[in-house]
Design a protein around this ligand. Structure first.
Ligand SMILES: *Cc1c(COP(=O)(O)O)cnc(C)c1O
Length: 352
């Protein structure tokens, strides 16, 4: 069915400002901290919720040449900005169709198992990456299968492994480093890569040829060593749809869990849990207006939240409130991880 021609959409009542300079600077900082290795970029999950179409060109211009997504459905949005040989799909081929898609597009599959190696070779093979499990027991080829002839038949660009506890001072880091070093002597590859964002701060021995930061590119601070070096990138804002004055004894929102003790001016912001503003923001949660805190009142709804405007008499309908998205601070308030806070950001935000 053909849709009728519609006029351009009016501006959205939710917007996510992307600080492109901060994103580019974060990549350069992580590239520098990677020493002799080059930093790539994990851009899976829509560039951690901030928007592939906006983030990838910035990272590319800053100098990133290796882009990692998780799913095959995420490759096309990256290919709009980056040559196919610079894109890797971490989940690898699950089906022959995935392998055929890799072959047809030139995107590199990350091979994670003998079954995936077989699928790739049967599809015609060509440059690929190989993920070896060195102790996380998530995705990746077990080390005791490295000698299989199927692995010998692969044309490996990047040999990868992934650290389970890089954000902690854990004995597992050295164990995984030693195992990966041994893997590198057993499997020929063009390049080697072990460190994610937190892994970069473990020092030069973990850097190899290529690092794969994700979280820290987008303003996340996974470990104290990156404090003061990484800048916030995403700034969400919500419009105030309505203001009202409520009386002592009036309640706010679903289940009436907030009761006013005095006359109050309140605002209704166009932001709810469907936008990733989850109920775990709870009683300590707030929005901001020109740096002034607007405490949340009552339960967060799907599309709205009510805030106290007492401290901000200058806020009116149509004004914008800032969502506090300093990631370490937001994680402390909500109990969510910095990764979760980014990737739950909803689709109704205009990325600007
Ligand atoms: C997500 C991911 C990364 C990026 O990790 P961060 O902790 O966000 O820096 C790197 N490598 C692999 C294999 C990943 O899945």
């Amino acid at each position: 069915m053909k849709l009728p021609d519609l006029p351009p959409e009016p501006p959205r009542a939710l917007r996510l400002r992307l600080d492109r300079d901060a994103l580019a600077e974060n990549w350069r900082v992580l590239d520098r901290l990677s020493g002799g290795a080059r930093a790539g970029a994990a851009v899976k999950a829509d560039a951690y919720g901030l928007g592939t179409a906006e983030a990838v060109p910035v990272l590319q211009a800053a100098g990133a040449r290796d882009f990692f997504v998780a799913h095959w459905c995420e490759a096309a949005a990256v290919l709009a900005h980056v040559p196919a040989g610079q894109v890797s799909v971490l989940h690898g081929p699950l089906t022959a169709q995935d392998a055929a898609y890799a072959k047809a597009t030139g995107v590199k599959p990350v091979i994670n198992s003998l079954r995936q190696a077989r699928l790739w070779i049967d599809a015609g093979g060509g440059p690929c990456d190989l993920m070896v499990d060195t102790g996380m027991n998530r995705l990746g080829l077990p080390m005791d299968q490295l000698g299989d002839p199927l692995i010998g038949a692969l044309e490996i660009d990047v040999l990868l492994s992934h650290l389970a506890s890089a954000d902690e001072d854990s004995a597992l880091n050295e164990v995984q480093l030693a195992r990966f070093t041994s893997v590198c002597t057993q499997v020929p590859s063009r390049r080697r890569s072990l460190a994610n964002s937190a892994g970069i701060s473990l020092g030069g021995r973990y850097a190899f040829d290529l690092t794969r930061p994700g979280l820290a590119l987008y303003g996340g601070i996974p470990c104290p060593a990156l404090n003061g070096q990484i800048r916030q990138v995403g700034y969400p804002q919500a419009a105030i749809l309505q203001t009202r004055t409520i009386q002592p004894g009036d309640t706010v929102g679903y289940n009436a869990i907030f009761t006013a003790e005095r006359e109050m001016r309140v605002g209704v912001a166009s932001l709810g849990y469907a936008d990733g503003f989850l109920r775990c923001w709870g009683n300590e949660g707030f929005l901001l207006h020109k740096g002034v805190r607007l405490p949340l009142l009552g339960k967060i709804s799907m599309d709205m939240v009510v805030v106290d405007l007492e401290a901000a008499p200058d806020v009116h309908e149509g004004d914008w409130a800032d969502v506090p998205y300093d990631l370490p601070q937001a994680a402390a308030i909500t109990g969510l991880s910095q990764y979760e806070l980014l990737t739950v950001i909803g689709r109704r935000f205009a990325r600007i």
